[in-house]
Design a protein around this ligand. Structure first.
Ligand code: SAH
Length: 350
C-alpha cells in the first residue's frame, strides 16, 4: 500500500452526522448545520459546497478550505446489450481507478462495489489481485460508487454487494463506517438486510463482525472443501483452515441469526469433482446456509477453465439431493465481461 494521498483536507463525506455536528461547532457555527450538510451529501447527493444553499456563504467558504468532497469521475462506462448490466470505471481524486457494476434484477437494482484499489489476497483465479493492493478505499469512496451510479443511471439502488475488487474485511474499520452511513435514515437509508459483504475468509474479522450483530448477509468465498486444495487456489488458506472458517461462520450465524452464503467458483478438473461435492456436503450439512456456485470466469493471466455444463449441473444436483440450498449464479453482462477487475486492469496496463 504505497500510493500517497496528497489532499490532506478532511474527507467530509466519510463523517457521521454526529461527527459533522461537532465539526461545524468547532468551525464556530450552529450544531444543526451538521445535519443539513449531512443531508446535502448523503440524500441530495451534491458534490460541491456551492450547492448547499441553506448555509451561509461564510460557512461554505470555511468548509471549502478545510474539506474535500469525494466525487468519483466516470472514466469509462460499458452497457451490456444482453441485460443492461452496466460496468463503471471510476477515477478517484488521486487518479487511482476502481470498478463498480449496476445489475438490474426483477427484485430491484443491485450495485456491486469495490472496497480497495486492487487486492492483496492473491487468489489464483482473480484479476483484481494481479497487481497487488494499492490502498484501502475510504468510507466516502465506497459510498460514492453507489451515489454516482444512482445519479448517472437515474435508478434507485436497492441492494449493495461488497463483492468487487478488494477484500472488505482487510479494510474493516472503513467498511463498518461505510455500512453505518449507508444505513442512515438521513442518507440513502439502505437497510443492512439489503447489504452483502463477501470475504475470502479472514477468521478474526468474521468473529469481530459477528459480535456487532449487524443484519447484513455475509458471503464467504470457500471454493474448496479441504485445506490442501484450497491452498492451491487461495493463499489465505495457508493462514486459516477450512475448519477455522466453519467455526467462525457458525459463530456468525449464532450471533446474528442470519444465513451465511458460501461462494464456490467451479474450475474445470480442479474443484468440480463428485468427491469435492461430497466433502462440501459433509462440511455444511445442517448449517443455516446457502451455496452459490459460480462458473469460474477465466482470466488470460491464468490457466483456469470453466467447468463443463454437465459437471456444473451434476455438482448442483448432488448438493440439492442432500438437502443443501444451492443456486448457480446467473452470469450478468456476459458481453461486457471479462472477470471482475479486468476493465481496470486493461486501463492500468494499457
Ligand atoms: N475479496 C472478497 C470479495 C471480492 S471477490 C472475496 O474473496 O470474497 C467476489 C467473489 O468473486 C469471490 O467469491 C471471488 O472468489 C469471486 N471471483 C473472483 N474472480 C473470479 C473469477 N475469475 N471467476 C469466478 N469468480 C471469481
Amino acid at each position: 500500500m504505497n500510493q500517497k494521498i496528497e489532499d490532506t483536507r478532511t474527507d467530509i463525506k466519510s463523517m457521521s452526522a454526529e461527527e459533522l455536528e461537532e465539526f461545524v461547532v468547532k468551525l464556530g457555527d450552529k450544531k444543526f448545520r451538521g445535519a443539513q450538510i449531512f443531508q446535502w451529501l448523503h440524500q441530495k447527493l451534491v458534490t460541491s459546497f456551492d450547492e448547499m444553499t441553506n448555509l451561509s456563504k461564510a460557512l461554505r467558504e470555511k468548509l471549502e478550505k478545510e474539506c474535500r468532497i469525494t466525487a468519483l469521475r466516470a472514466e469509462a462506462v460499458q452497457v451490456s446489450k444482453l441485460d443492461q448490466t452496466t460496468k463503471y470505471l471510476f477515477e478517484l481524486y488521486d487518479r487511482n481507478l476502481i470498478e463498480s457494476v449496476l445489475m438490474k434484477y426483477h427484485h430491484g437494482n443491485s450495485v456491486c462495489i469495490s472496497s480497495q484499489v486492487g487486492c492483496r489476497m492473491g487468489c489464483r483465479f482473480c484479476a483484481s489481485t494481479l497487481d497487488g493492493c494499492v490502498r484501502n478505499l475510504t468510507p466516502s469512496e465506497m459510498l460514492d460508487q453507489i451515489y454516482t451510479i444512482q445519479k448517472m443511471s437515474g435508478e434507485r439502488v436497492d441492494n449493495v454487494v461488497v463483492m468487487g475488487s478488494g477484500e472488505p474485511l482487510d479494510n474493516y474499520d472503513n467498511l463498518l463506517k461505510f455500512i453505518s452511513l449507508l444505513n442512515s435514515e438521513k442518507g440513502l437509508n439502505i437497510s443492512a438486510r439489503n447489504i452483502t459483504v463477501s470475504t475470502c475468509g479472514l477468521v478474526p474479522e468474521i468473529f469481530k463482525l459477528a459480535d456487532r450483530k449487524l443484519q447484513i448477509t455475509l458471503a464467504v468465498s470457500l471454493h474448496a472443501p479441504d485445506d490442501e486444495l484450497r491452498k492451491t487456489m487461495m493463499p489465505i488458506a495457508n493462514k486459516y483452515s477450512v475448519s477455522e472458517i466453519m467455526d467462525a461462520c457458525r459463530y456468525y450465524i449464532l450471533q446474528t441469526g442470519r444465513r451465511i452464503s458460501f461462494e464456490y467458483s467451479l474450475v474445470r478438473d480442479v474443484n468440480d469433482s463428485e468427491d469435492c461435492a461430497r466433502q462440501l456436503i459433509s462440511l455444511v450439512k445442517g448449517m443455516n446456509c446457502h451455496i452459490n456456485l459460480i462458473p469460474v470466469n477465466p482470466i488470460k493471466e491464468r490457466d483456469y477453465r470453466q467447468s463443463e455444463q454437465k459437471a456444473i449441473h451434476a455438482f448442483k444436483n448432488k448438493l440439492e439431493k442432500n438437502g443443501i440450498n444451492v443456486t448457480i449464479r446467473r452470469e450478468m453482462g456476459r458481453d461486457i465481461d471479462g472477470a471482475c477487475g479486468q476493465l481496470r486492469k486493461s486501463y492500468i496496463s494499457g
